[in-house]
Ligand binder design. Structure first.
Ligand SMILES: Cc1cc2nc3c(=O)[nH]c(=O)nc-3n(C[C@H](O)[C@H](O)[C@H](O)COP(=O)(O)OP(=O)(O)OC[C@H]3O[C@@H](n4cnc5c(N)ncnc54)[C@H](O)[C@@H]3O)c2cc1C
Length: 191
């Protein structure tokens, strides 16, 4: 059916169980789940599918590592589960994404992190290797035993500067952790 045929069919058969207004990633994801469950569902958009914020993605399927610091554990658990589903169900367009953190201090952030956790501090502060290590261990634990991405790695200053020779030579370490890279955010996860 072409566009005008679809519109005229809808005018003649206007009743659907669910109408989703807005075909960004949230509308499309809801549409997919309902349709897969056999629900009679219609998805509409005032412009085109994925023409809003969903067209501007930075290509990251992230598990929300930064929310650990605010104690938003449920959010991280859900985001990591969704990231893992994307890595598993759409492996042709979602790949493990290594992310490298340059580290300049060891103990920094040890006192700020608990304050931030309990909502007593909202200013960003420098995170040292101990806090980063703890955060990455927790982040790995959320991924669970069905590893969709490798565990994080801590690299010494020497190895880091050898791998990335343009890094600031003041670093003490680097840490590498993984999230998801959406290679083509506009492709359908079903294709
Ligand atoms: C620059 C940028 C980079 C980002 N990078 C990432 C990233 O790397 N990873 C990540 O996970 N998230 C990223 N995000 C966040 C992510 O893009 C959004 O959280 C997500 O796209 C929101 O999806 P949505 O479906 O809620 O909204 P939208 O994608 O905005 O969809 C809403 C749709 O509703 C339609 N609409 C609105 N009003 C009406 C109406 N009255 N009638 C009919 N249709 C209507 C619009 O046309 C639009 O298509 C980024 C956001 C931005 C802005």
């Amino acid at each position: 059916m072409n566009r005008s045929e679809i519109l005229s069919h809808l005018k003649q058969n206007p009743k659907v169980s669910v109408l989703i207004v807005g075909a960004g990633i949230n509308g499309i994801g809801t549409f997919r789940d309902l349709a897969l469950n056999g629900v009679d569902v219609l998805l509409i958009d005032r412009a085109d599918f994925c023409s809003g914020a969903s067209s501007a993605s930075s290509h990251m399927a992230h598990g929300g590592i930064r929310y650990l610091e605010n104690g938003e554990f449920r959010l991280v658990r859900e985001a990591v589960a969704e990231r893992n589903r994307l890595l598993q169900n759409a492996a042709h367009i979602v790949k493990p994404l290594p992310t490298t953190i340059p580290i300049f201090k060891t103990f920094s952030g040890i006192f700020n992190a608990p304050l931030k956790f309990f909502g007593k501090l909202d200013k960003p502060s420098e995170r040292g290797s101990i806090i980063i290590k703890l955060g990455l261990m927790m982040y790995d634990a959320y991924t669970g035993k069905h590893r969709t991405v490798p565990k994080h790695k801590f690299l010494s200053r020497k190895v880091s500067l050898k791998n990335w020779n343009q890094l600031n030579a003041d670093i003490t370490n680097t840490a590498v952790y993984y999230d998801g890279l959406i290679t083509n955010p506009n492709a359908s996860p079903l294709t």
